[in-house]
Design a protein around this ligand. Structure first.
Ligand code: KG4
Ligand code: ZN
Length: 347
């Protein structure tokens, strides 16, 4: 079986083709991606209407590219999978509409996929896939959650952010430091040159005794600190700017690290899976690797280029749901998208 996956929930158009295997997990045949980041940068964030229009322009050329590089044609596609939610409504409608129209034309079934399940299962695309059960730290631009994962579709929420997501904390702090959108990668690059203990920033809910997060206060603290330092000092190339970036990153990373370690202790599990865009953060990976090594915990990440949004994770989640008998693609081409859709509500 060959499954075409289409991702269009935010500012990346991703298309991929995976193939189910007789034994073992499905394999990725090809994937292609177009990032809209440069288009949105002028506005300091994602402009939903521009995002939808760009998905329309990109999705078919990317589909052709994927099929060509996999050496396949549309006739070889058995199932068309697409991101049904959560995400921007207009952007989701493009991927869903194209997926359903394509499937209807080919007389093939469709399957709508949860974007976060895609992230969660993306480490199964790596050479060394995890084994169930594990604790998952899902850290993206819109979500920050700790889950207990016992199998495909068996997700128990342990805790989540009560306000901003970790990616949002990176992005908003980066904006305050004058870095372009999305700020995560830029802030972490700048942080490499700074001193992480230069400024004392809050570690919200660090000792709350549960697995919830809160990052809204951190952004305010970064704002207050940057006002104290002053815009004249906080210029590009200044030590203060790099120090504030490093201190911000350290605050976010410490909370993610400590909460992940408590979730491992609480569940008694010896495996951690880290997924979502913030999972690409080098400092976070270093600290998690070190802490997990001490506890004899195996830690798995998606391959670096599959950390942020992509079509491969959507095709893979569809293939894994089908392989485990959890989902059956349907010849039903009427679609509805789910811009807000908690992962633990997924049946
Ligand atoms: O998973 P993702 O691509 O999209 C969502 O589903 O939200 O995550 C995007 C988020 C952005 O907030 C971005 O700043 C952050 O991931 N991000 C990073 C890094 N790379 C991406 N944050 C910190 N360090 C990075 N290296
Ligand atoms: Zn995502």
């Amino acid at each position: 079986m060959q499954i075409l996956g289409i991702e269009s929930s935010c500012d990346e158009t991703g298309v991929a083709l995976v193939q189910t295997a007789e034994r073992g997990w499905p394999q990725l045949l090809a994937h292609a991606l177009h990032s809209q980041i440069s288009m949105h940068q002028a506005y300091g964030g994602v402009v939903p209407e521009l995002a939808s229009r760009d998905h329309i322009r990109r999705v078919l050329p990317l589909t052709r590219e994927v099929l060509t590089s996999a050496g396949r044609t549309l006739a070889d596609v058995d199932v068309v999978a697409y991101t049904r939610g959560p995400g921007l409504a207009g952007a989701l409608l493009v991927g869903s509409g194209v997926a359903c129209a394509l499937a209807a034309a080919l007389n093939k079934p469709v399957l709508g996929i949860h974007h976060l399940e895609g992230h969660l299962l993306s480490p199964f695309l790596s050479e060394d896939p995890p084994e169930f059960p594990f604790v998952a730290l899902l850290v993206s631009g819109g979500h920050t959650q700790l889950m207990r994962v016992d199998g495909v579709g068996q997700y128990t929420l342990l805790g989540e952010t009560i306000d901003d997501a970790a990616g949002e904390a990176f992005d908003k702090s980066a904006k305050l430091l004058g870095l372009p959108y999305p700020g995560g990668p830029g802030l972490s690059r700048l942080a490499e040159q700074g001193n992480a203990s230069a400024y004392k920033l809050p570690r919200p809910l660090l000792h709350s005794g549960d697995f919830d997060f809160s990052f809204a206060g951190l952004k305010t603290a970064v704002l207050t600190q940057s006002q104290k330092i002053g815009p004249q000092v906080l210029q590009e190339g200044s030590v203060e700017r790099a120090d504030l970036a490093a201190s911000t990153q350290a605050a976010i990373v410490e909370v993610l690290l400590k909460k992940s370690m408590s979730a491992l202790e609480h569940t008694g599990l010896k495996r951690l899976v880290v997924a979502g865009g913030v999972g690409a953060n080098r400092r976070l990976r270093e600290q998690l690797n070190e802490a997990c090594a001490k506890r004899a915990v195996r830690v798995h990440y998606p391959e670096l280029h599959l950390c942020t949004d992509n079509g491969a994770m959507i095709a893979m989640a569809a293939a894994m749901r089908m392989q485990t008998g959890l989902a059956t693609p349907e010849y039903e081409y009427a679609f509805d998208v789910k811009p807000r859709w908690p992962l633990h509500q997924l049946a």
